[in-house]
Ligand binder design. Structure first.
Ligand code: SF4
Ligand code: SF4
Length: 426
């Protein structure tokens, strides 16, 4: 850790007054009921570690990693402690000491090598189909049956376009659309809905060919070196003066651009000027669209039966970026749908990136609670702006639930076109 940053982290953990206001809200603590696994316990542990009173050990590593980085503790802490920052600093030290698990290293190497990622997706598509056909009934990845994992796009989303997408008629705005690797390789339907809606708003869209995976999965695992090339390339591409606005459709990519890139560069003692510029230009696509919802030709006087929909707040959107109103404004504006708020909509879904695969037992209890909340609404669709949450929620639902899991922009696209309602029959 950069010595300056180490000093700041020490000062931050010293601010903990042990009030415990963060503990009861922690989803991991609610499952395991162990003091060491709640935010206060972890902060005390880090304090003792930084003071040299507790050595780095496998047990220490396990305690630090049994955390979803959901930031529920951050928003409940009266002392303003940024637990996520503290735990990420320590995770970076753990990787230096113990290295990364080989499976994660392999995945991160792939994610941080765009040409390799692009070509390997062809094999992934074939492999997944084979997996589903031959092994799906028996094989699980964490808690998720292989057959419920997202399908690989028939063709990478970005390959469908030739750089700039122009609307018919007058151009009223111009944006860069960062698709991220999930939309590019798995959720082409989400990307297409984003493009359709932005075109309705008369927006010219540029999908930068040189943008790469945001690298946040590696960063949040404590691996700062592998994703650094992606981070620097994305910052250079997207912070250029001619780019006014960068839209993202993924809560996690947005959190990377607005927060994690800056934290990573600081941790490494590097300059953050360009990263701050990128932060200022980044908007989640739902914020952009909600501010212009009146300009969209949504049907008036809809008399048909409404389909009930509920919304899950991703941690990377609601807490990391403070966005909760925009998606609800969009959903309430759709005449064909009846919006129904679920209880604890902003509670973590239990996915936490690789957390669900590292700690499937703890994750399962948290996800089951989320799914129970969704079922209670009687909704036929749950929408959320995070591909990780969609994978966790969709992957853990029962067949008989018949609840579709979509991105809010897919719903808006359906409402505008009057098509795609078959997706509501999961
Ligand atoms: S809420 Fe903040 S100050 Fe209180 S125990 Fe938790 S980390 Fe410490
Ligand atoms: S980030 Fe979430 S899981 Fe981790 S300690 Fe805080 S509340 Fe608990």
């Amino acid at each position: 850790m950069d010595p300056q940053e180490m000093k700041k982290t020490r000062a931050m953990v010293d601010r903990c007054n042990k009030c415990g206001l963060c503990t009861s809200a922690c989803p991991v603590y609610q499952q395991v009921l162990i003091e060491a696994a709640n935010p206060r316990g972890r902060i005390q542990l880090v304090k003792y570690f930084l003071e040299g009173k507790v050595p780095m050990s496998q047990r220490f590593k396990e305690i630090i990693q049994t955390c979803l980085l959901c930031e529920t503790c951050v928003v409940n802490c009266p002392s303003g402690i940024r637990h996520d920052q503290v735990f990420n600093d320590v995770r970076a030290e753990l990787v230096k000491q113990y290295g990364l698990d080989w499976k994660k290293r392999l995945v991160f190497q792939l994610l941080t090598n765009e040409s390799l990622l692009h070509s390997s997706m062809i094999f992934a598509k074939l492999g997944r189909n084979w997996l589903v056909e031959k092994l799906a009934k028996r094989m699980r990845i964490g808690n998720i049956p292989a057959g419920r994992l997202p399908l690989v796009n028939s063709r990478p989303f970005r390959d469908r376009f030739d750089g700039v997408i122009r609307p018919d008629g007058e151009v009223k705005g111009r944006v860069f659309y960062f698709t991220g690797c999930f939309t590019n390789y798995f959720a082409g339907d989400v990307g297409q809905s984003v493009v359709n809606v932005l075109k309705e708003l008369q927006v010219e869209i540029e999908i930068p060919a040189s943008a790469e995976c945001c690298g946040i999965a590696a960063i949040l695992s404590g691996e700062g070196d592998l994703p650094l090339k992606n981070v620097e390339k994305n910052i250079a591409t997207l912070s250029r003066a001619e780019v006014d606005m960068v839209l993202v459709d993924c809560a996690t990519c947005g959190a990377a651009f607005k927060k994690e890139y800056i934290d990573l560069l600081k941790r490494k003692g590097m300059d953050t000027t360009q990263a701050e510029i990128l932060k200022g230009k980044t908007q989640d696509v739902m914020e952009y669209v909600a501010a212009r919802i009146d300009q969209l030709p949504l049907p008036k006087n809809y008399m048909g039966e409404k389909i009930r929909v509920t919304y899950h707040d991703p941690c990377h959107l609601v807490r990391a970026q403070g966005i909760s109103a925009a998606p609800r404004e969009i959903l309430r504006a759709l005449p064909q749908f009846e919006y129904c708020e679920m209880e604890e909509a902003n509670a973590c879904c239990g996915g936490g990136g690789s957390f669900q695969f590292d700690f499937p037992g703890v994750s399962k209890g948290i996800t089951e609670k989320k799914i129970r909340r969704i079922r209670e609404t009687g909704a036929r669709i749950v929408v959320t702006g995070c591909p990780g949450c969609r994978t966790t929620i969709g992957g853990n639902m029962e067949e008989q639930d018949r609840i579709a899991v979509l991105h809010p922009m897919q719903l808006l696209d359906m409402a505008l076109s009057g098509k795609g309602f078959d997706k509501c029959d999961s």
